[in-house]
Structures are given as C-alpha cells and as structure tokens.
Ligand binder design. Structure first.
Ligand code: ATR
Length: 268
C-alpha cells in the first residue's frame, strides 16, 4: 500500500520489508542510520525492544511503551506508535468522543488502542481472559487520569453488563482470526443496533463478530481499516504529505488477497 501511494503521488520513495532476528536488532537500526533511510515500520517482536536504540520517543508511543514507526530526522531517530490512532481513525473520532468503550483483550493491540482512546472517550472497560492482565493494564493507564478505566475478567456476566452501558465494542483478541473464522467471544443477543463494533482482525475482513453485529443492525468496522489508517499515519510522519487513503486501501486489499491465496489457498 505504501509503494502504491508513493507511485500515485509521484514520490521518490520505496518501501520494502526485512526480517530481523532479535539479536540483530541493534545492528539493523545502526544499518538504517548508515543507509540514511527516511523511516521504518517496526513489527512483532521488536516493537518494545527497539525503543532503547532510538534518540527520541513520541508521547503516545511512550505511553503505549511500543514503537511501530520511526522517522529519521538528519540522523536522529524518533519513535512513534500509529496503531492506536489507526484504530481511532478507522472507528471515527465522532463515534468515540465522550463514549463508553468495551475492549476485549489486554495484549499489545489493546494497550495501543486503550492508551490512545483514553482522554477521547469517557470510559473504557477492558475484559480479558487472564483477568490480572486486564486489571494491571487498567491500573497503569488510570494513572494518566484521563478516562475511567476498568479491568475485569472476560465472563459472560461482565460482557453483558459492560455492553449494557457502552456505545462501542472493540475486539483485540485473536478469537475469530483465520483459520478459526467461526469463533467469537460475544453472543449476538448482547449486541444491539446502537452499538459500533470494531474488530482489529483483518483476516478475514469480516469476522464472525462483525457478521453477527451487522445482522443485529449495529455499525461495523473491519480491522482492514485500522491496518490502512495506521499505515497512512506512518506515511504522513515520513513524508509530511496527506496520504491517499482509498488508493492505499485498495492496494492493501489486493495484496492481502494475493498473499492469502499464495500462502494457504484460503480466502481472505
Ligand atoms: P496483540 O499484540 O495482537 O494484542 P497478544 O499480545 O498476543 O496479541 O494478545 C492476544 C490477546 O488475545 C490477549 O488478550 C489474549 O488473552 P490472554 O491475555 O488471556 O492470553 C487474547 N486471547 C487469545 N486467545 C483467546 C481466547 N481463546 N479467548 C479469549 N481471549 C483470547
């Protein structure tokens, strides 16, 4: 999607991927400095470890404690995190502002989204299979004193109670991801048509949770949108130019479809 956007805007940039072993992370960053690249994306498992090799960290990335985007300004490397803002843009700020949100999961994606949404929404209830992870994430973020944040067990009772008092449901767990495409954590009878439902999963584009939400008349947003918007935010950081969202989204859909067919013969 980045190369398509660069070509679309006639920009002299090229985006490519390198697989880096954990032990090679310091030299990979050193290499990026030596090659004087404009920027980098960083993904699992390096998002936290890379922080110690950078010169500056943006405030949101600091709060998330993970970096997925690096900008090289005259040899000085600054780390950002666009995962949360990608989710916020995908869902639409108007659907989040002063609203109550239920967040399923307490892993890296949940953390990025919660840290970005706090201060924008009124309340966040984090529900996680391992209760302690939800509780400590909520406690840690509550310190910023921006929104009410609760961490609870992912029980039927808590799901029902939380959804009753919320406007937005966000799934950041891996439940429903290919190949387990018929799985969902939420019984559709708890979803009403006033709810906005976002699933961070983009394979498949429409998860069982989103299918159920749609059938209940709820507003649904796919993880594909988050993928595109987080990329678009990185694009903006590197180029200073407004990204061509629709061109990027089309390219992402095309690439994911091709990738899935080549990888497994499965449908994306
Ligand atoms: P990511 O970085 O994408 O958030 P992660 O850090 O591995 O990935 O987090 C995965 C999340 O999915 C976790 O919240 C995990 O719950 P636990 O903390 O209890 O492991 C959640 N998850 C994965 N499989 C699950 C399942 N079968 N039921 C409920 N939650 C599940």
């Amino acid at each position: 999607m980045h190369n398509t956007a660069f070509r679309h805007l006639n920009l002299n940039f090229y985006y490519t991927a390198f697989q880096v072993k954990s032990a090679d992370l310091p030299s990979a960053i050193q290499g990026a400095r030596a090659f004087n690249v404009r920027g980098l994306n960083v993904t699992v498992p390096h998002k936290v470890a890379v922080i110690s090799f950078l010169d500056k960290i943006d405030q949101i990335a600091q709060r998330i404690n993970a970096v997925n985007t690096i900008l090289n300004i005259d040899g000085e490397l600054k780390g950002y995190n666009t995962d949360g803002i990608g989710a916020l843009k995908a869902i639409g700020e108007e659907n989040i502002k002063d609203k109550a949100v239920v967040l399923l999961g307490a892993g890296g994606t949940s953390r990025a989204i919660a840290a970005t949404l706090q201060g924008v929404c009124r309340q966040i209830i984090i529900l996680n299979r391992s209760t302690q992870k939800a509780v400590s994430l909520a406690k840690e973020l509550e310190k910023n004193r921006q929104s009410t944040i609760l961490g609870l067990a992912l029980s039927k009772k808590n799901i029902q109670k939380a959804l009753n008092q919320s406007d937005v449901l966000i799934n950041t767990t891996t439940v429903g991801m290919y190949p387990n495409v018929s799985e969902t954590l939420i019984d559709k009878k708890y979803i009403d048509n006033g709810l906005a439902v976002f699933d961070a999963i983009y394979n498949p584009f429409e998860t069982q949770l989103l299918k159920d939400a749609k059938s209940q008349g709820a507003y649904t947003i796919s993880g594909l949108d988050m993928l595109v918007y987080q990329g678009a935010e990185s694009f903006k950081i590197w180029t200073g130019i407004e990204p061509p969202i629709y061109v990027m989204k089309e390219a992402a859909i095309k690439a994911l479809k091709t990738y899935e067919v080549n990888k497994s013969g499965g449908e994306c």
